[in-house]
Design a protein around this ligand. Structure first.
Ligand SMILES: [Zn+2]
Length: 70
């Protein structure tokens, strides 16, 4: 299934990422990500996650790991 082509500024107005063959999705909730919402999900996952899951899932794990490392 081919995506219709939109000029980039129009695509951005509708919230689509700039022309990209494989848009990234949150590895936790599967929400589509763009350059503003994509967060590194490590160490929980090797993928990318949305800001919401980053705060709810990844940040607490990072804080815990920092505490355990000291
Ligand atoms: Zn998410």
């Amino acid at each position: 299934m081919n995506e219709p082509f939109y000029p980039i500024d129009v695509a951005e107005q509708f919230g689509f990422e700039k022309k990209k063959s494989n848009p990234e999705h949150c590895c936790f909730c599967n929400k589509e990500l763009n350059h503003l919402t994509a967060n590194d999900a490590r160490p929980v996952s090797d993928g990318k996650c949305c800001t919401c899951c980053n705060i709810k899932i990844v940040v607490p794990v990072r804080i815990r790991e920092l505490k355990e490392a000291t």
